[in-house]
Design a protein. Structure first.
Ligand SMILES: Nc1ncnc2c1ncn2[C@@H]1O[C@H](COP(=O)(O)OP(=O)(O)OP(=O)(O)O)[C@@H](O)[C@H]1O
Length: 342
């Protein structure tokens, strides 16, 4: 649905040249929600603005819905761009116009007859849950409500693709979550392909199917969200995953480690899918002469799959501890010993 083929973008100013995009190849399939994450300056905005040619690449091809946008001009390009909606971090609503008129903008541009326009705007306001705000002005709305209006406006021309440019960065966590749920509905109910750029891994975790990680204008890692969360390869990706799953040793665990004992070891058991750690722990106690205490757990769901880790304290004599560790290693779980210097 969206394809980038060797796309580069060079910005030249008097003082310097910046390669904001460097040979980017990206594919977003129809019906998917894809995310692009990166730190400030990685090139995310340039990438998303290149999808609808708000930013024209210096090199390469941008193909959306089967059309090579980078080869189109004039009216043909305008028409193709109507198939791509966009929402923004700061909403970009017209302050002097009512909510109704803001949503109506794309429809007025293509001279939609009044009765049809009214019906469509009302339908969209209902979809985003703000039918009662039609005659309000943007300044009378909360941030979350403004973004809902942004979404309604972006959907007015029935686009096949929706671009979300840091759409939740100005919102508090609860409002962020409700906007992300709304985007999920847009994707499911209207089969709109969604591309999101963000610097928050939580956003990726909550709604994306796939994610690409950007650094210095390049995509350094790409995959399903579950794969990227469970097996991040690049250090930058690991840092992003860590921002969601705090990986530091908690203070209570640190204290046990500092006390140190021949008879105590602490393990971190990571799991994905149904194979949660619990049956393993009871098996350990049954089979080996050890006691097990769960110290710390971090469990979430990614794409409806349980994913997380348990930190456990295992107590017993050194030989039993060794056998227990070997047994855990043989299972289909990633087990590592937690040490103070790790
Ligand atoms: N119009 C421009 N002129 C010159 N340089 C630019 C322009 N737009 C972006 N850049 C540069 O291109 C690089 C990528 O910028 P971009 O805004 O795409 O990154 P980003 O990942 O979206 O960052 P942020 O999260 O801070 O918005 C940066 O070094 C930036 O300074």
């Amino acid at each position: 649905m969206i394809e980038f083929k060797n796309v580069s973008k060079l910005f030249k100013t008097n003082e310097r040249e910046v390669k904001a995009l460097d040979q980017v190849n990206l594919f977003v399939d129809e019906g998917q929600i894809s995310g692009v994450i990166g730190f400030s300056g990685a090139g995310k905005s340039t990438l998303i603005r290149s999808v609808n040619l708000l930013e024209r690449p210096t090199e390469g091809e941008v193909i959306v819905n089967g059309q090579t946008l980078t080869s189109l001009k004039g009216g043909q390009l305008q028409k193709a761009k109507r198939n791509i909606g966009m929402i923004f971090q700061h909403f970009n609503l017209l302050q002097s116009k009512t909510v109704f008129e803001n949503v109506a903008v794309p429809l007025r541009l293509v001279r939609t007859p009044n009765a049809k326009l009214k019906e469509r705007v009302q339908e969209l306001l209902e979809f985003v849950g703000l039918s009662d705000k039609a005659s309000s002005y943007p300044e009378q709305l909360s941030g979350g409500q403004k973004q809902r209006i942004g979404i309604a406006r972006a959907l007015a021309s029935n686009p096949a693709v929706l671009l979300c440019d840091e759409a939740t960065s100005a919102l508090d966590p609860e409002t962020t979550s409700s906007i992300l749920q709304l985007l999920k509905r847009v994707n499911k109910e209207f089969n709109v392909t969604i591309l999101i750029i963000t610097h928050e891994m939580g956003v990726i975790r909550e709604i994306c199917d796939r994610v690409a990680v950007m650094e210095e204008g390049r995509i350094i890692e790409e995959g399903t969200v579950l794969d990227i969360f469970s097996k991040p390869q690049h250090q930058t990706t690991k840092n992003f995953v860590r921002s969601v799953f705090k990986d530091q040793i908690p203070a209570s665990v640190r204290r046990i480690l500092e006390r140190g004992s021949e008879k105590t070891r602490i393990y971190k058991i990571e799991f994905i899918g149904e194979s949660s750690g619990k049956p393993l722990l009871s098996e350990l106690v049954r089979r080996f002469d050890v006691d097990v205490n769960v110290l710390f757990g971090n469990i979430t769901e990614i794409q409806d799959t349980p994913f997380g880790s348990l930190t456990v304290e295992v107590q017993g004599d050194p030989a039993s501890l060794e056998s227990a560790f070997r047994f855990m290693k043989e299972k289909d779980l990633l087990v590592s010993e937690v040490k103070l210097d790790a």
